[in-house]
Design a protein around this ligand. Structure first.
Ligand SMILES: [Zn+2]
Length: 310
């Protein structure tokens, strides 16, 4: 009826750019800080204005057992939608990212089935489309909405050899989780770098930058149980004065033939260690060669096979 005939975005990034431009203009108009982005306000106002027949009218915490968030149509089928986050979440950054993720589902996926979408914690970390295209898209949207690329690039321009402690100001600026800020950086950095999240001495999940992945380094932690190496900060067995500031580890700890710079934070989630690994800019050429005889004698061979691109 009265709806303006504006061309709507179709991609996660397109939606995020559209919304963050509106937020930017609104905040400049009113002399407000652009960040952190108030996802609840954006979700309510944008949906009511652009989709007046399908507004988001309810945003609140729910006592979910195993879900981080959900997008649910109104039970009365009146066109309204609700966005929910797990009320057990204590981190504002995780709540904010969850709300943005669910807003992403609303914009991109609500019409696909009209059914509720429930999201597990692991869904919030899925950036590879193999794992679930819709979850990856919702995360991409959330990341670009909360941390627009222009501002993010300006903020990180001074980071040279980033340690995990250096990401703290980004977490605060954008009110996201530390992992969300690191994943964003990994998505655009030219460095060979990886985040490794471990629990009780085992790798829970990991994600590498494109240059690292292209050089053949990744862990298949979703398919296989992989312990963190004994000599790593993540193991908790190596103590230095400031793990968040990091240290250069010898060859053979994280990578068979590479010295890796590791920095680690232990506290964000219970029993979890979040490590940032920075590999040398140039991968060793040997990494690509497979010599069976040499392999057999290696103490790290089980570990090493997960770092091979095959
Ligand atoms: Zn989801």
């Amino acid at each position: 009826m009265g709806q303006a005939k504006i061309k709507l975005p179709t991609t996660p990034q397109g939606w995020a750019i559209r919304l963050s431009q509106l937020v930017k203009v609104f905040h400049e108009l009113h002399g407000l800080d652009r960040f952190p982005i108030d996802v609840s306000a954006v979700a309510r106002e944008f949906s009511a204005n652009v989709f007046p027949d399908e507004p988001i009218t309810l945003i609140e915490g729910q006592a979910f057992d195993k879900f981080e968030g959900a997008l649910i149509p109104h039970p009365a089928q009146n066109g309204e939608w609700g966005i929910f986050y797990n009320s057990a979440l204590s981190s504002k950054g995780r709540i904010n990212f969850t709300l943005a993720h669910e807003l992403g589902h609303y914009l991109l996926h609500r019409q696909l089935s009209g059914e509720p979408i429930y999201c597990a914690k692991s869904d919030m970390w899925a950036w590879d489309s193999d794992y679930g295209l819709m979850e990856a898209q919702a995360n991409e949207f959330a990341s670009f909405l909360l941390m627009p690329l222009d501002d993010f690039r300006a903020q990180i321009s001074g980071l040279d050899l980033p340690n995990i402690g250096a990401f703290e100001f980004l977490r605060k600026r954008y009110e996201v989780s530390l992992t969300a800020a690191i994943l964003k950086w990994l998505d655009i950095t030219k460095k060979r770098a990886m985040i490794v999240v471990s629990r009780d001495g085992f790798i829970d999940w990991s994600w590498g930058s494109k240059p690292l992945f292209r050089s053949g380094v990744f862990f298949r932690a979703r398919q296989t149980v992989i312990p963190v190496p004994d000599g790593s900060l993540a193991s908790g067995k190596v103590t230095i004065s400031d793990p968040a500031n990091g240290t250069q580890l010898a060859e053979g700890v994280w990578a068979e033939r590479e010295s890796v710079y590791e920095s680690t934070i232990f506290s964000e989630y219970h029993d979890m260690a979040i490590s940032l690994l920075i590999y040398p800019d140039d991968p060793p050429r040997r990494l690509f060669r497979f010599d069976e005889e040499e392999e057999e004698d290696r103490p790290f061979d089980t570990f090493d096979q997960f770092m091979r691109n095959q």
